[in-house]
Design a protein around this ligand. Structure first.
Ligand code: SF4
Length: 333
């Protein structure tokens, strides 16, 4: 049996705004084994980034609040940790790479300073040791001439190099968990492929577990062992990446896969998922996906489906896979 690194149980994070409560993350549970990659996929507003920020305990409060659930990292519950304890956990055990490195890096500090700061705080290295390790880290992430580039400011690096520098900062203290939030969205496809390859290589070399958050199923296919599909703050499907791409179960996952452009498709227009992701402060009754679902039944409009576990160990939140839904379908309702 594989060792679990992270367990998220019934996690809910809401935002209390003047327009009402925003149910950004609603009763989400998943786990991640050591050395594996979990892809979290869904459109904007599905709750992917709030999942990451909740694990990092970086949800801005107010207006945000983790209202219930449990997060267990390396056999330790982290939701009750103090701010100081969380500062040690961040960087030491869990680190995050953001979508746009230019906003995540401090523009007035050199890349070297930003890597060394982390090493000096978390690993208590002296200045000389930290500089040597920072150069080594820049070399590991594929930055040429690291002895010179270490003294560059973020604006002196290209987009791809900035993302590499972010990866160096995130991984310099050898965290057990790396959360990547759309790490390649701002990059062109060639650099995107290089960054994904780099994350995969470092994951193997350093035995790090990875959560890859993306709206791009192509990215998920390249790096993930398992995939969780999210919609409107809820988990819709969870399965191995292989099963998900071979046989997607949830109508939302099927629609996402159908909307990937391929060179073999002869259609003149791209397939799109009609309709919009619902407002998280004014969610529809019943299945959250029902206003956009082509397989919608009467029951879907009035009742929220529970997660169903299939014989193969997959999870899907849809009445098509529950006895209740099958009865409705057979009755022709
Ligand atoms: Fe579609 Fe109903 Fe399944 Fe929701 S529960 S995805 S509306 S079939």
């Amino acid at each position: 049996m594989k060792d679990k690194l992270l367990e998220v149980k019934n996690l809910s994070t809401y935002f209390y705004t003047t327009e009402g409560v925003v149910y950004a993350l609603d009763d989400v549970s998943f786990s991640l084994n050591k050395g594996e990659t979990l892809g979290i996929v869904g459109e904007s507003g599905s709750g992917k980034s709030v999942t990451a920020l909740s694990i990092m305990r970086l949800v801005q409060s107010p207006p945000g609040k983790i209202v219930s659930g449990e997060i267990i990292l390396d056999n330790e519950s982290i939701l009750n940790k103090s701010k100081e304890e969380m500062q040690n956990i961040r960087g030491d055990k869990v680190a995050m790479i953001f979508q746009e490195p230019m906003t995540a890096l401090n523009p007035v500090l050199t890349i070297g300073y930003q890597i060394m700061e982390s090493l000096r705080i978390h690993q208590k290295l002296n200045k000389k040791e930290a500089r040597e390790k920072a150069i080594d880290m820049l070399r590991k992430v594929g930055i040429a001439n690291p002895e010179k580039r270490i003294d560059d400011y973020p604006h002196q690096l290209s987009g791809g190099m900035r993302q590499r520098a972010m990866i160096a900062i995130a991984l310099c203290c050898n965290p057990s968990l790396l959360i990547c939030d759309e790490p390649t969205t701002a990059l062109d496809v060639t650099i995107q492929a290089q960054i994904l390859e780099l994350i995969n290589k470092l994951k193997k070399d350093l035995n790090t577990s990875v959560i890859m958050i993306t709206h791009d199923l192509g990215v998920v296919a390249q790096v993930s062992d398992n995939v969780m599909v999210m919609y409107a703050g809820k988990e819709m499907e969870y399965s191995s990446a292989k099963d998900l791409f071979m046989k997607p179960l949830h109508p939302y996952t099927q629609a996402l896969l159908e909307s990937i452009p391929t060179v073999n498709k002869n259609e003149e227009r791209l397939t799109v998922i009609e309709g919009m992701v619902p407002s998280l402060s004014n969610r529809p009754e019943g299945c959250l996906f029902h206003p956009r679902c082509h397989k919608c039944m009467d029951i879907c409009k009035i009742k929220r489906p529970e997660l169903v576990k299939t014989k193969e160990g997959r999870e899907v939140r849809c009445f098509l896979y529950s006895n209740e839904g099958r009865e409705e379908e057979n009755n022709g309702k």
